[in-house]
Design a binder for this molecule. Structure first.
Ligand SMILES: Nc1nc2c(ncn2[C@@H]2O[C@H](COP(=O)(O)OP(=O)(O)OP(=O)(O)O)[C@@H](O)[C@H]2O)c(=O)[nH]1
Ligand SMILES: [Mg+2]
Length: 456
């Protein structure tokens, strides 16, 4: 991927609007735009962050394209760190297309998704967790997703990782001194007890960060709640009731739902992603079999499972089979008795908590939302103030750092040479560096930035 050419992309959403904005970045981009901009002053004579009023002209035939405002950002003073411009046009998709065409004629490349943020990262304006925070912030749909993304953009997570990284470097430096002097005749002080305390402390800090990972990911990605149960218990009816929309097909024919269908709701600052699934049962029908497989896949990816049973009928073999299947899951499960508007026939042995609802009459739904919300807050995490990691990339790297520190700890405890301890700590250091992008290969960067919007 080239990073020194001039790139441009519309940064506002496509469609008719009050205004649209095209962002341009790259060395000598101001001089380039001078070719198509006519104003009372040359753009190069403007200070950084000044706005110029003028017109965009097609240089081929001098045709007027639009009356615009152009924001100018000098090298080192822009989001990307490069010389940049923002052209504010009338919000017409045709005008945006025309200006993009003219920019193409000038040899300016269309920016790939995330290209501006990637340049900001490569130019050291932000680190990788902040780049990810920009994506999370634009995608945030709820209060907690917004607060956390904003905190990470301000560098809350970066600072935390930096503290861990600094401590890692300090321990490494001490170990290296010990390694260098290992051959010397005179005794040097045995520091292993202090190393142990410091490594244990790092493990504890990482553990705290990791314990907020699930809440962090749920805040960013939404809480995935899967509705499962045998056919006809009312899963689709319940989904419709929960999202207050006639979203999925309901019928009294068992096996109505064949696919996994997602619907999202924003409830009390949380994004809840409900998944309706195909009824689980033994079947020879190939489509239904595939539906069952997809239901089980959805179940494995969910944060919370809602097992729905029909309380107006006695327990069936499929209900028991599903309960056995769920016994092996570590995911939290809510057991729901649906059809509470009909007389209760269903009985379960034991005294597990049961929520009674009627999807048809919209009764008991508040209790389900309450349970989801208390599940989100159950880990003792404060989503408004705690520093939370946001995604599986950060979580995996932290887990790997933790593993390396644990190995270092066993080396110290078993009195192995500093050389071994140091090799584990060096690994931990690299994992911490990868989180903020100090060391990351291009393929990983491309994958992260390709998830951004165009113009971001
Ligand atoms: N009386 C009553 N009937 C309900 C209730 N919820 C659902 N039903 C009925 O139960 C039948 C099955 O409902 P669905 O929502 O399609 O059930 P499902 O679990 O999605 O079924 P499959 O997609 O086949 O797995 C329909 O006839 C619904 O009208 C309820 O709370 N009370
Ligand atoms: Mg259904």
């Amino acid at each position: 991927m080239l990073h020194n050419n001039i790139i441009a992309a519309p940064a506002t959403a496509p469609g008719i609007a009050g205004v649209s904005m095209i962002r341009i970045s790259g060395q000598s981009s101001i001089e380039k735009i001078e070719n198509i901009f006519k104003g009372s002053k040359l753009l190069k004579d403007k200070k950084s962050h000044e706005i110029a009023y003028g017109h965009i002209i097609d240089p081929k035939n001098n045709a007027l394209i639009d009356e615009v405002m152009v924001g100018i950002f000098h090298h080192g003073k822009s989001f990307t760190g490069e010389e940049s411009l923002e052209i504010w046009t009338h919000g017409s998709p045709y005008i945006v297309k025309e200006i993009m065409r003219i920019l193409g004629d000038l040899g300016i490349a269309v920016a790939e998704p995330g290209a501006f943020t990637m340049r900001a990262f490569l130019n050291g304006k932000i680190d990788l967790t902040q780049a990810e925070a920009i994506r999370d912030l634009t995608e945030a749909q709820t209060k907690f997703a917004h607060i956390q993304a904003l905190g990470r953009l301000e560098g809350k997570l970066s600072q935390k990782i930096d503290i861990l990284h600094q401590e890692t470097l300090d321990i490494l430096a001490l170990l290296e001194v010990a390694i260098d002097h290992a051959e010397e005749e005179h005794d040097i002080e045995d520091m292993s007890d202090q190393h142990l305390i410091r490594v244990e402390n790092l493990i504890k800090e990482i553990h705290t960060l990791l314990s907020g990972a699930q809440v962090g990911k749920m805040s960013t990605e939404g809480i995935k709640v899967t509705l499962i149960g045998r056919p006809n218990v009312g899963k689709s009816s319940l989904l419709n009731a929960l999202v207050d929309e006639n979203r999925v097909i309901v019928s009294d024919i068992p096996g109505t739902t064949r696919d996994v269908i997602e619907h999202r709701v924003n409830s009390q600052g949380l994004l809840i992603r409900f998944f309706d699934t195909a009824g689980l049962r033994e079947t020879d029908d190939l489509i239904e079999k595939e539906g069952t497989k997809r239901s089980i896949d959805a179940l494995e990816k969910s944060n919370l499972i809602i097992h729905i049973m029909d309380q107006s009928a006695p327990i069936q073999d499929e209900d028991i089979w599903i309960r056995d299947l769920l016994k092996g899951q570590s995911t939290k499960i809510l057991t729901i008795f649906n059809k509470s508007d009909l007389p209760q026939v269903l009985k379960l042995a034991g005294n597990e908590p049961i929520i009674k609802v009627s999807a048809q009459k919209s009764v008991g739904l508040d209790q389900i939302f309450k349970e989801i919300s208390s599940f989100y807050f159950s880990g003792g995490i404060d989503p408004e103030n705690d520093i939370l990691i946001a995604n599986i990339r950060q979580e995996n790297l932290l887990n790997q750092a933790r593993e390396s520190f644990l190995s270092a700890k066993s080396c110290i405890q078993s009195g192995e040479s500093e050389e071994f301890t140091a090799s584990h700590i060096r690994k931990a250091r690299v994992f911490l560096e990868e989180i903020v992008g100090k060391t990351t290969d291009d393929a990983i960067l491309d994958r992260i930035f390709s998830q951004f919007c165009i113009g971001k």
